[in-house]
Design a protein around this ligand. Structure first.
Ligand code: DOR
Ligand code: ZN
Length: 345
């Protein structure tokens, strides 16, 4: 039985760090285990220009604990007013590594997102030309579409038309939650990949809803039925190149989660790797963990693999932290609902 696993340093291809006191509180928990992360731009106000991304990057680097070599990979928030030349300049100077598309109103701080996709066609053409990936929050926001169907409908109504109109565009479908998305990615050309979160690999909607509502499991896209989760586990663990980790770790102060209308997001960063080792071990695929967390994402983004390594060890069930203190109040840490045995040593 494997009890020790050494892999290249992992990266997180979808991370919310926020800003200010919250960022300072949560950043060490990603920097401890991950070498790089794609940093989401949905601040208030959002990060929409290259200059704003550079300034945000400086704030993150300034908040890094001594001795950590974490590299934030910045993104721009796509709006209908995004300037293609600004995107080109920021990409060429390596200030940004992707642009993020939020359909307007899809999730936390997405009000400035895109309503009319024709208005962003020029930016998408430029991105295709320079090979800059588009990260996509793949849910429609139409009030008449059931929340559990929003991802599948997005593929048909929005994503597939965008990819047909701009064929060279590299796209990451973020935090996929359904077999519709998994199938779409597998059957597409190699310029389409997907990230998968920890919570969507471990939980289904029953975990969130049966016996009472658990607000700390509420995230967007919402947890789906068990069959979808099983498909995602296969996608992550079967050695495919197209799927990689994007935790979507999304901290909110506990009082905003435990509220009448709770904020969406699971704060998984502190225990993400322990969770994943458990998932991959249960699937008999510990040997594929490195591909999912350390190799596929770097390959898709055209970045070098890390030469540094981390080691995970299996032992007695871990004492999991209940919350992390931040200057914006305590943030409850994701509880996977099962014992975890793997720790990063
Ligand atoms: O659950 C989520 N939380 N999904 C998102 O897309 C955004 C995120 C956040 O920013 O809190
Ligand atoms: Zn996110």
């Amino acid at each position: 039985m494997t009890t020790r696993l050494t892999i290249r340093t992992p990266d997180d291809w979808h991370l919310h760090l926020r800003d200010g006191a919250m960022m300072e509180g949560v950043l060490p928990h990603s920097a401890r285990h991950f070498g790089r992360a794609i940093i989401m731009p949905n601040l208030v106000p959002p990060v929409v220009t290259g200059d704003q991304a550079a300034a945000y990057r400086d704030r993150i680097l300034a908040a890094l604990p001594e001795g950590e070599s974490f590299e934030p990979l910045m993104t721009l928030y796509l709006t209908e007013a995004t300037n293609a030349e600004d995107v080109r300049r920021a990409a060429e100077s390596e200030i940004i590594r992707a642009v993020k598309l939020y359909p307007a109103g899809a999730t936390t701080n997405s009000d400035s997102g895109v309503r009319d996709f024709d208005k962003v066609r020029g930016v998408l053409e430029t991105m295709a030309e320079i090979g800059l990936p588009l990260c996509v929050h793949g849910e429609v926001t139409d009030a008449d579409i059931d929340i559990f169907d929003r991802e599948a409908v997005f593929i048909e109504r929005v994503l597939d038309p965008i990819r047909r109109t701009t064929p060279g565009l590299r796209v990451v479908m973020e935090h996929i939650t359904t077999y519709h998305a998994e199938q779409y990615v597998r059957s597409a050309e190699e310029n389409l990949a997907a990230t998968i979160t920890v919570q969507h690999l471990m939980l289904d909607r029953n975990d969130m809803l049966v016996g009472g509502m658990r607000p700390h499991y509420y995230c967007l896209p919402i947890l789906k039925r068990r069959e979808h989760r099983e498909t995602l586990v296969r996608a992550a663990t079967d050695g495919s190149d197209r799927f990689f980790l994007g935790t979507d770790s999304a901290p909110h102060p506990t009082h905003k989660k435990e509220a009448e209308c709770c904020a969406a997001g699971c704060f998984t960063a502190p225990i993400a790797l322990s969770c994943l080792a458990e998932v991959f071990e249960a699937a008999g695929a510990l040997d594929k963990l490195e591909k999912f967390v350390s190799q596929n994402g770097a390959a898709f983004y055209g970045l070098p693999q890390h030469t540094s390594e981390i080691t995970l060890e299996k032992g007695a069930p871990l004492e999991l932290p209940n919350f992390v203190e931040t200057g914006s109040g305590p943030v409850t840490v994701f509880d996977p609902g099962q014992p975890l045995h793997w720790r990063v040593v």
